[in-house]
Design a protein around this ligand. Sequence first.
Ligand code: FES
Length: 124
Amino acid sequence: MTTIDSPAPDTPRQVAKPTIGVYRRHLLVCTGPRCNADGAAQALFDSLGEKFKASGLDGGPLRVKRSRVSCFAACKGGPIVCVQPDGTWYYDVTPDNMDRIIDQHLCKGEHVEDLVFHQANVED
Ligand code: FES
């Protein structure tokens, strides 16, 4: 017997398809236990909405999506952030350093070299 709670066995499963707005880059911020031991990483993440808005990164062709991650397994010199799809990894991302990353990398596409600890797709 088919009831409202149990569809017929041959009925395809209905799953809502998620949507994500168009974005140019994705900023991943580690708020894991070592990067966020003093609360700095979470505070950094919480500040991004206003910072992106002030820099015009909350919309338009350079829009940046932001997400928290629980650990990158790097765990030194945090807060650590990663910019994708560029594959650029930054450490010691204090509020001032985040401002530099926003201005140089997210707005102008230039790495902040002294804060980079790893760059994907580059041979040593
Ligand atoms: S806690 Fe941040 S990389 Fe592990």
